[in-house]
Ligand binder design. Sequence first.
Ligand SMILES: NC(=O)c1ccc[n+]([C@@H]2O[C@H](COP(=O)([O-])OP(=O)(O)OC[C@H]3O[C@@H](n4cnc5c(N)ncnc54)[C@H](OP(=O)(O)O)[C@@H]3O)[C@@H](O)[C@H]2O)c1
Length: 276
Amino acid sequence: MRVTIFGASGLLGKALMREWSGDTVTGLTSHAADIRDAKRVREVVQEASPNWIVLAAAYTDVDGCESNPELAFAVNRDGAVNVAVAAKEIGAQLLFLSSDYVFDGRKTTPYETGDARNPQSVYGRAKAEAEIKLLELMPECCIARTSWLFGTGGKCFPDTILKLAASRPALDVVNDQRGSPTYTEDLARAIIQLCRKDARGILHVTNAEDCTWFEFAQEIVRGAGLSTAVRPVSSKQMARPAPRPAYSVLSLARLQTLGIEMPSWQDALRRYLAER
Ligand SMILES: NC(=O)c1ccc[n+]([C@@H]2O[C@H](COP(=O)([O-])OP(=O)(O)OC[C@H]3O[C@@H](n4cnc5c(N)ncnc54)[C@H](OP(=O)(O)O)[C@@H]3O)[C@@H](O)[C@H]2O)c1
């Protein structure tokens, strides 16, 4: 199988490049192909002629998207469409990375793949509109929604918490947003399986179990053997430009029907801390 990965220099892209063996994998950065440039995307896709394209490239600064919506929609929606058009032209299958932020967070039980989208942020709107456009253009494409990524090789929440914990006596962390942290190594392995299983349609792919950011931070500090105090605060106390869903746990039921089981985020965090 030939595989092309857009976003190979990102947190997930690096994990995909590390984990993917047994197939011919080409990894692309924004320097090699800016997904806003339809002509360039077409060229690189035709040159690599992949069976599968994994689209992990995105403008992922959720707060930055609020102040720069043109860039958010140009990359995260229109760029995704450029890749889908190029994939369709050569008959390649596409796996697009989407987000829990397509939901509004008003549910109290895990979001199913068919639940209505109602994004609250610019980033979420761009991802939701990309999903709709991709499904119109390529009904057979695969959309993998994930959440709260962490992993080696880039900035992520555990990394930030450990740096802060080393220099401060106490940390304030929000306790009113619940979701599922996801280790990029586990997500990468699941994506590889999805491609090999020729998966189609919308899937949720996160580590199992859920927590708040506060609970996640507590476990990070404890796991690293630090004694820094972690204090729960509300989102209002830590106001940020983009609204985040209060609850964005994604149901893994559809993923399980494909025979893919995800480890818990606690297990994933232990492995991340050991490997770091
Ligand atoms: N991080 C999360 O918590 C989270 C949660 C839910 C969903 N997701 C989704 O999961 C995917 C992977 O996220 P990540 O955290 O690995 O992202 P990341 O670390 O921010 O990396 C982003 C990647 O996208 C590339 N990129 C950015 N703008 C581009 C453009 N205009 N053209 C081509 N490439 C471009 C970057 O390339 P350069 O290095 O060359 O700039 C980089 O390789 C994304 O689709 C993201 O929306 C992430």
